[in-house]
Design a binder for this molecule. Structure first.
Ligand code: SAH
Ligand code: SF4
Ligand code: F3S
Length: 468
């Protein structure tokens, strides 16, 4: 048997024993937990694992942070804003704790992988009880045990970790859909990005572990899965028996009862012809690809270390559209990368206009200490970046509205997710393209995939009616 597997299996059994022991202390007391997620889908999925562990040891969920006996912030550091939010919220938690002396506060996630952050918490936020990072969240029960035993702040941050601990509990947000990690970490080192430093090197999960997890999820009512990784297109390269992402999807597609497959994120430099063929022929892959391009300028892309050009990106998009003309494309764009000129920015607008994205996440460049771009010359002044950002939004809005209008009159399969938040006569769901749609209906529709005719476009969402 593989040695790594042995270690991770041992570790997962050890954690289960600790959870059992701890539950004798905690279960039945009505102690409440509150988990707050600050980051991406990867972090949100990690939070589901944290919830799984907390419920296993006997905490019950609450929607109100102020009522919680255990508060955990799963942090993000991809941009400065994300970090500032955490510090702000931590300040107000201090007051809650004054009124609830037994309360425990834990911090974990990407932000904790930075020494400067740990030092700042130790210095100015002494009311925090447990600090851990991205590599050891499976140890939450053990860390709580240590905190209860010692009464001291527990800090456990690992630089990196090769093993993947499988088979721990998890509480998912929706009964009928779930995210599934296919890989962890990132090896790309885009020069603006902190993720490779805080998430470690690329590690792929074994295909059999992924398939087993999805099979169990489907047995438990899941119809749609999203395969998660920072760069899913390089899945499998680090495995003992390498397997491509395209092959993995084909294996997953065989799982009976599974109806929809999504994945994110795709790095354009690694999106293979083999995957495009699967995108073309797959019956279960949704007609949506998230393909961040970051900048339309080839010289900025070079400084970003993205390893593709404006032309090769556009070529890739044409190939995908040819293979699957109905595909919806979404993207991430950074404005104001160091050295970005007006001409560079016009190239970004040009790509947006040529591709006609269905949606996009747009970001102002944020300096991340420790990354190569942080010390590059010609940082773009904030007012210039903001002005470009607003122009980008204007162009994008027009395109998003246009693309969404094209849906009107057509009928699509919609996975109904929930009762509409504003109007309880309506339900909300998603098309395969990931467009949000609202339609008349009640809770019986939740979790079902139904044909919906789109009758109106409101830009960032659609109005539809169920077809019988
Ligand atoms: N692995 C994914 C992205 C993860 S981070 C990929 O490569 O596509 C999500 C997005 O945050 C990135 O796509 C990028 O657009 C943005 N981002 C990352 N670092 C940033 C920074 N320093 N400033 C502004 N935006 C940033
Ligand atoms: Fe960051 Fe680039 Fe890795 Fe994405 S691929 S996580 S942007 S370094
Ligand atoms: Fe995600 Fe933020 Fe970490 S974007 S990987 S939670 S730094």
């Amino acid at each position: 048997m593989n040695k790594n597997l042995d270690i991770s299996h041992e570790e997962s059994l050890r954690q289960k024993r600790i959870m059992d022991k701890l539950s004798k202390q905690i279960k039945g007391k009505g102690l409440k937990y509150y988990v707050s997620t600050f980051g991406c889908q990867m972090n949100a999925h990690d939070s589901e694992k944290l919830k799984g562990i907390l419920e296993q040891i006997g905490y019950v969920p609450t929607e109100e942070e102020k009522d919680a006996d255990f508060v955990i912030y799963n942090t993000c550091c991809v941009r400065e804003n994300a970090e500032l939010k955490v510090y702000g919220r931590l300040g107000s938690l201090k007051n809650n704790k004054k009124h609830k002396p037994g309360m425990l506060i834990a911090l974990c996630g990407c932000m904790m992988q930075q020494d400067t952050v740990i030092n700042e918490i130790k210095r100015a936020y002494k009311h925090v009880d447990i600090l851990f990072g991205t590599h050891n969240l499976y140890k939450l029960a053990e860390l709580i045990q240590t905190r209860l035993d010692t009464g001291r702040m527990v800090i456990d941050i690992w630089e990196n970790y090769k093993e993947i601990v499988e088979d721990l509990p998890s509480i998912r947000k929706f009964k009928f859909k779930s995210s599934v990690n296919v890989m962890f970490g990132c090896n790309n080192f885009c020069t603006y990005c902190i993720v490779p430093y805080v998430r470690g090197r690329e590690r792929s999960r074994k295909p059999e572990d992924i398939i087993n997890e999805i099979t169990d999820l489907v047995d438990d009512g899941v119809k749609e899965i999203t395969l998660l990784g920072q760069n899913v297109n390089s899945y499998g390269k680090s495995l003992d028996k390498p397997l491509t992402f395209a092959k993995l999807i084909q294996e997953i597609e065989k799982i009976e009862g599974l109806e929809r497959i999504r994945f994110m994120t795709s790095h354009p430099k690694d999106l293979s012809d083999e995957l495009i063929e699967v995108i073309k022929t797959s019956k279960k892959l949704c007609d949506h690809i998230h393909l961040p391009f970051q900048s339309g300028s080839t010289s900025v892309l070079k400084k970003m270390n993205r390893r593709y050009t404006k032309d090769s990106y556009l070529e890739l998009v044409s190939k995908i559209k040819e293979a699957r003309p109905d595909v919806a494309l979404t993207t991430d764009i950074i404005v104001g990368f160091p050295g970005e000129t007006e001409q560079d920015f016009l190239d970004t607008l040009d790509v947006v206009k040529k591709v006609e994205f269905d949606n996009a996440f747009t970001f102002l460049y944020s300096i991340r200490t420790g990354t190569p771009a942080a010390t590059m010359e010609n940082q773009v002044p904030e007012n210039v970046a903001k002005e470009r950002f607003n122009r980008l939004l204007e162009v994008l809005n027009e395109i998003v509205y246009k693309k969404s209008k094209e849906k009107v009159g057509n009928t699509y399969d919609v996975l109904v997710e929930q009762i509409n938040r504003q109007d309880d006569h309506l339900v909300s769901g998603r098309l395969g393209s990931n467009h949000l749609v609202h339609l008349k209906g009640n809770k019986d529709l939740i979790g079902k995939i139904v044909p919906v005719k789109i009758i109106e476009s409101k830009g960032y969402y659609l109005i539809g009616e169920q077809i019988n």
